[in-house]
Design a protein around this ligand. Sequence first.
Ligand code: MEV
Length: 310
Amino acid sequence: MNHSVTVSAPGKLLLFGDHAVVYGYPSVVTAVGKRLQVTIARADVSKPMIDAPQVKDTRFVEAALRAFGKKNAISMPRIKLATFSPFSGRYGFGSSSAVTVATIKALSIYFEKPITTRELFDMSYQVVVEIQGVGSGFDVAAASYGGTLYYKKGGVVLENIGGEAVKRMPLVVGYTGIKSNTVEIVNRVAINLKNEPGKGKRIMGSIGQLVEQTIEPLQTGDWARVGKLMDFNQEYLRDLGVSSEKLENLISAAKRAGAYGAKLSGAGGGDCMIAVVPAYKMQAVKDSITKASGEVLDVQTNAEGVKVEK
Ligand code: MEV
């Protein structure tokens, strides 16, 4: 048994396929360099001690401990677990999924019970669904595998996009300053879909088809095409009713300043927007987002998946 272990997992940004991914359509997600760390160490306590200030609540950590303990028939009273992250949960980078993946990976090392990346993904996805009730698991995939992934709900399809170009995607990220409530928005979309099934299916199907067209330009670095597809994706999300005034303002600001294309990323309502931008317009787009009262975030995409730090 190790004395102490620290593991980190990356956050995520959904590039394409938001919401439709919940209904089984494909999506493209990239792991981001905003990482969440989990340290597990021996402690003289009678039940696991959890110090997780970076996550909304500790239910994900607790459920991860339960799931790992059950699978490996281990009771683990004498440990303390602490999280650390330089990024705040408020940006919507997926701190719940990152903490779940990092916790299970750290436990596997601490208790010397090797786990494959697929097993890590599957166990973490079950934990997130148990606690959150809804979700496609794209965030769990990004935290486990890293890179930029073509992904379908539950990991039925989970492939790295591949190619060198995607590693250098010229992406600008703007935060609206508003925390969006994913579960509430996903549930609202589900109600709308029941009320207007024809419209809902049409939009979801169109997003699914659009996602298929993004793979090649992402692989070859055809950013003008990627941007155009972001614009189309945003139109569908707007029709779905999940955009907001603030998101639209930041998206317009990016476009005005020369972005190839822009869209919201994630559930909508708030959180972040993303834009693909020609290199020579980078600064102009950032300035324009800031002027529209957005917060430009410095985000590295295509980040490495879960890893042992020490
Ligand atoms: C939320 O970040 C993205 C959604 O597609 C939900 C999910 O896929 O879990 C709206």
